[in-house]
Design a protein around this ligand. Structure first.
Ligand code: NAD
Ligand code: MG
Length: 400
């Protein structure tokens, strides 16, 4: 039977890769809903191609003109407006599989709605687990949802774990595992002179050497906050203590992560850097399906290199470990402050090297409390955004 698929964040980079893989498997899925924040034209084009039952514009209010434009273009999808519609299409009885590919904190509530409705969730939106790891995972367990990681590192770890662990509702029995090694490319500034970092531009920060991604995650990759968020994501996804999660710089992005077992064996997952590989894995699981990725040619690549991350170059990584150790709402504060700082950097209002300063300021001024439900986490997120915006304003005066 074909499965109903909702793609949250369909107009983004992960959304495009998901729909590309889907188009290679006609008959396997029917597109139930596609969502975008405000990009109506891009959403309309996707609707004409994939004919979902619902199309959601979560960042816009009811708009009769847009409704008419969709209908006159021959779009038969029902158009819904506003953020509430995301939760509706994530939890609808006709949605079987949910691709959670919204960027940032906005992805949490709809992904959680999918978890509470017992869906099969393909999780790209790492921020959801960073903000709300413990109760998100509880909702997955208690509501009979299934969580399949799409983030390439976590998908790699999932593939390296023993089959019986991978089969048991996404939570692994980690007794045989000594360490998880998350690989990181090191981003565009891995080898740049440290004194250059104060003057790098948004376009330079977004020019990732190996991956084409949305702008927010591209900046996160440059600062390695992306890896910090992924350490937190791995902590909850695989129920493993932070001391057992390490980060290794591997500039070629061929090994997507590794799992070390207590007998000394290390298992790695390799592929060309193409998000269609983990997406196809999650869409097809437990079957393997074609992704469209170019086959890996190791002889042509020749050399794979590894190094430890330099804490001076990548202070955001240390901030993420510290927030994880502090616990409660600290990771949600870290995430919100990072979103504010990255947006200010992309807007040309903040120096690149001030990003960790803004995050540190927010962590200091918004002390962590218990994070036991969606409301407390969203409240911490709101307070952190205020603190971070104040931090940005204070630092803007000092920008070069
Ligand atoms: P993107 O910026 O390309 O796309 C984001 C999507 O979310 C768009 O469809 C946009 O319309 C929608 N969106 C933006 N703000 C929204 C809001 N406030 N409310 C509702 N919808 C909103 O982002 P991306 O690179 O595709 O990343 C999506 C998620 O996947 C992120 O959490 C990212 O960390 C994760 N991820 C991405 C990659 C990658 O290769 N791009 C890899 C691993 C994980
Ligand atoms: Mg990743």
């Amino acid at each position: 039977m074909t499965q109903g698929l909702t793609v949250l964040g369909a107009t983004g980079s992960i959304g495009a890769s998901t729909l590309d893989v889907l188009a290679r498997h006609p008959g396997r899925f029917r597109v139930f809903a596609l969502t975008a924040h405000r990009s109506a034209d891009a959403l309309l084009a996707l609707c004409l191609r994939h004919a979902p039952r619902y199309a959601v514009l979560s960042g816009l209010q009811e708009d009769a003109g847009l409704r008419r434009r969709f209908a006159e273009s021959g779009c038969r999808s029902e158009l819904l407006f506003g953020a509430q519609a995301l939760e509706r299409v994530a939890s609808d009885a006709d949605c079987d599989v949910l691709m959670a590919a919204i960027v940032g904190a906005a992805g949490l509530a709809p992904a959680l709605a999918g978890a509470c409705a017992g869906k099969r969730i393909l999780l790209a939106n790492k921020e959801a687990l960073v903000m709300a790891g413990p109760f998100f995972m509880r909702a997955v367990r208690e509501c009979g949802a299934r969580l399949l990681p799409v983030d390439s590192e976590h998908n790699a770890v999932f593939q390296c774990l023993p089959q019986e662990a991978a089969q048991s509702s996404g939570r692994a029995s980690m007794k045989a595992v000594r360490r998880i090694l998350l690989t990181a490319s090191g981003g565009p500034f891995r080898a740049a002179p440290l004194e250059r970092l104060g003057s790098v531009t948004p376009d330079e920060a977004c020019a990732h050497p190996n991956w084409a991604m949305g702008r927010k995650i591209s900046v996160d990759s440059a600062t390695m906050m992306n890896k910090g968020l992924e350490v937190i994501e791995a902590r909850w996804l695989f129920d493993v203590a932070p001391e057992r999660i390490e980060v290794l710089i591997h500039a070629q992005s061929i090994i997507h992560s590794l799992v070390e077992f207590i007998d000394g064996s290390v298992i790695a997952q390799l592929s060309n850097p193409d998000m269609r590989v983990p997406i196809a894995h999650a869409l097809g699981f437990p079957e393997r399906i074609e992704s469209g990725a170019v086959p890996l040619d190791l002889a042509a690549i020749g050399t794979l290199t590894f190094e430890r991350p330099d804490p001076q170059r990548f202070p955001c990584l240390g901030l993420a470990y510290a927030a994880l150790r502090e616990g409660g709402t600290a990771p949600a504060v870290l995430n919100a402050a990072n979103e504010v700082a990255v947006a200010a950097f992309l807007d040309g209002k903040l120096r690149y090297t001030a990003i960790p300063q803004v995050i540190e300021h927010a962590l200091r001024s918004a002390p962590a409390t218990a994070a036991d439900c969606l409301e407390t986490v969203l409240e911490a997120d709101r307070r952190a955004r205020v603190a971070a915006s104040n931090g940005v304003a204070a630092l803007m005066g000092r920008a070069a």
